[in-house]
Design a binder for this molecule. Structure first.
Ligand code: HEC
Ligand code: HEC
Length: 512
């Protein structure tokens, strides 16, 4: 038997440095890395783990030594503290999880040290000193920040209202030629490096290397603007998001109106109905799966007047599809997610949204299978397409098993407007219809299951490749004093509380 390999292995164990600079244990870091990080980032750190093809943005390629979340100047390596920080917190809005709950701080140090060994630059150059960021000025300057937002052309990528729909947005690529979205600045809970004014200011000073997001430090160096003015830009960006990130409630309350319901998606009457946030995830349970959904949440408001029900569904989508300007984007998403299928996406696709109900109000906890029902338990659908190419009402007995409902007596109406990266879609229907067999008959005071599907055509989404929610409940207020009807809502909320878990668990099973 040839003993050389064994000998070499033993020798190499002596050659690999076991301790990094500040008591970092590179070998311990490697063990953690191989177990927890390699599935995405690859065993050799090249960003090509087995899961890498299923995500956009893709896992970082550590061999290049290019990092986004730094305190160092544009084009520089990150400090050890930067690496530890980003591993601790993860990168919200991407697949990169935070690890602070799972690892001790010395473990995070070890794994950070190991990551550095993938790139020769760390040993050769090391990281420069962090930039001086100073403190946020006490005087708030949101209006001045807005002026600079226009002057230095943030809107070109991020759009006038900040929803990632600027004229350059469809053309953006990262340094490795993968499509990359200009961040939606109205959702700071998804900012990769954190959503506070301080976080935003740092990203503006350092840029996000490897992505089109530039650094603006040179504008200060060139005395085009002061540090204080750049802080005001950060304050302005921060002001575009709500004070608090969205909270999820299991029940959408349909406000009872006396008289007229809102007539259109922009009707100011909608201000009187609360908007409920519904998180959306990619459909990854049935074939063909979709790992890069563009719509990650909907805001749903509902109103009724004992005769009609109106639903307002609002979501962000940087393109009003079908839009030829986004065709290249659509193709490059398809190419990065499905390297084998180059025929995907030759024509621009429309945006779509579907609302799903059971065909009748269930007794107890019984609900149809959340993914379009099944043969035993069909679902009843309200469908909308930006191209008008769907039959508005349908029933379904499973994915791909949709039976459109045609006929004279249809009462479902819908209207939609797209403005600056936001769709506002209103559905309206009478509570009761002639066909009580296949069409849900709405009743006040009940908890009625409701779920949603969304497609961003410009992102290449169609068919089963869509964003999905789990079941929620919609409750039509009754004309009784609040004290009487609040408690049933809470009781019913408990029975649907498991809704989110369904999706979550199914995904876990999928991953495991
Ligand atoms: C589920 C997949 C996944 C796993 C597991 C994962 N990462 Fe990541 N990671 C990503 C993705 C995706 C990105 C890039 C996000 C982006 O570019 O916006 C990333 C980026 C990073 C970055 C770059 C940060 C920057 O400033 O640019 C570091 C460092 C990192 N990951 C470290 C780790 C470590 C260490 C582990 C294991 C403890 C790990 N990752 C596990 C998906 C993953
Ligand atoms: C050339 C296009 C482009 C311009 C111009 C641009 N950005 Fe960005 N910006 C991006 C892209 C792309 C991202 C997403 C990077 C990523 O996800 O990795 C981004 C991300 C961001 C983020 C999110 C940071 C995070 O932690 O995820 C903020 C905030 C931001 N930009 C603000 C600005 C402001 C303010 C300006 C103008 C001063 C600006 N951007 C100009 C392309 C641009």
């Amino acid at each position: 038997m040839n003993k050389w390999p064994v000998f070499c292995l033993a020798l190499s164990a002596f050659l690999v440095p076991t301790a990094g600079a500040a008591g970092q244990d590179v070998q311990a870091g490697q063990i953690l890395y191989d177990k927890w990080c390699a599935g995405c980032h690859g065993f050799d750190g090249a960003g090509d783990g087995y899961a890498a093809d299923y995500m956009l943005p893709r896992p970082r390629d550590f061999t290049l030594g290019i990092y986004q979340i730094r305190t160092t100047s544009n084009g520089s390596l990150p400090t050890d503290e930067d690496l530890v920080h980003v591993i601790d917190k993860g990168m919200p809005g991407t697949a990169m999880p935070g690890w602070e709950a799972k690892f001790s701080s010395s473990q995070i140090n070890d794994v950070a040290a190991y990551i550095k060994t993938f790139s020769p630059f760390f040993e050769r150059e090391g990281a420069p000193d962090p930039l001086e960021f100073g403190r946020q000025p006490r005087r708030e300057g949101i209006a001045e920040g807005r002026e600079f937002f226009e002057q230095i052309e943030c809107f070109k990528c991020h759009g006038d209202a900040g929803r990632g729909d600027g004229p350059s947005a469809p053309t953006l690529q990262d340094d490795l030629d993968f499509p990359i979205r200009a961040a939606d600045l109205t959702e700071n809970w998804n900012f990769n490096g954190g959503g506070s004014v301080e976080d935003i200011y740092r990203r503006l000073r350092t840029g996000m290397d490897g992505s089109p997001m530039p650094s603006f430090s040179d504008l200060i160096d060139a005395q085009f603007m002061t540090e204080e003015q750049l802080w005001h830009v950060a304050q302005y960006v921060h002001s575009l998001s709500p004070e608090e990130g969205p909270t999820i409630s299991d029940v959408i309350v349909a406000r009872r109106f006396e008289g007229d319901l809102p007539a259109s998606p922009n009707d100011s009457l909608w201000n009187q109905a609360e908007a409920f946030y519904i998180p959306m995830v990619g459909q990854i349970i049935a074939d063909e799966r979709w790992f890069a959904p563009s719509v990650d949440g909907l805001w749903v408001s509902a109103a009724h007047n004992d005769e009609q029900l109106a639903l307002l569904i609002v979501w962000h989508d940087p393109s009003e599809s079908p839009d030829p300007k986004w065709l290249e984007w659509q193709q490059s998403v398809a190419a990065s997610m499905f390297p084998l299928l180059d025929s995907v996406g030759v024509t621009p696709l429309p945006d779509r949204l579907t609302v799903q109900f059971p065909t009748s109000i269930p007794t107890g906890r019984d609900r149809p299978y959340f993914l379009m029902g099944d043969a035993r338990n069909p679902v009843y659908l309200w469908q909308w397409s930006s191209q008008g190419d769907v039959v508005p009402e349908a029933t379904a007995t499973g994915l791909g098993n949709v039976q459109p409902r045609r006929g004279e007596s249809r009462t479902l109406a819908s209207s939609a407007v797209w403005h600056q990266g936001e769709w506002r879609l209103q559905f309206g229907r009478s509570l009761a219809t002639p066909d009580s067999e296949a069409e849900l008959q709405f009743a006040t005071g009940e908890l009625i299951p409701i779920a949603f599907y969304a497609w961003d055509g410009s992102n290449g989404e169609q068919g089963s490749q869509r964003a999905v929610s789990s079941w929620y409940g919609i409750h039509l207020e009754q004309p009784t004093p609040p004290s009487v009807y609040l408690s049933p809502v809470i009781a019913m909320a408990l029975t649907v509380g498991l809704g989110l878990l369904v999706v979550w668990r199914a995904q876990r099973r999928e991953e495991g």
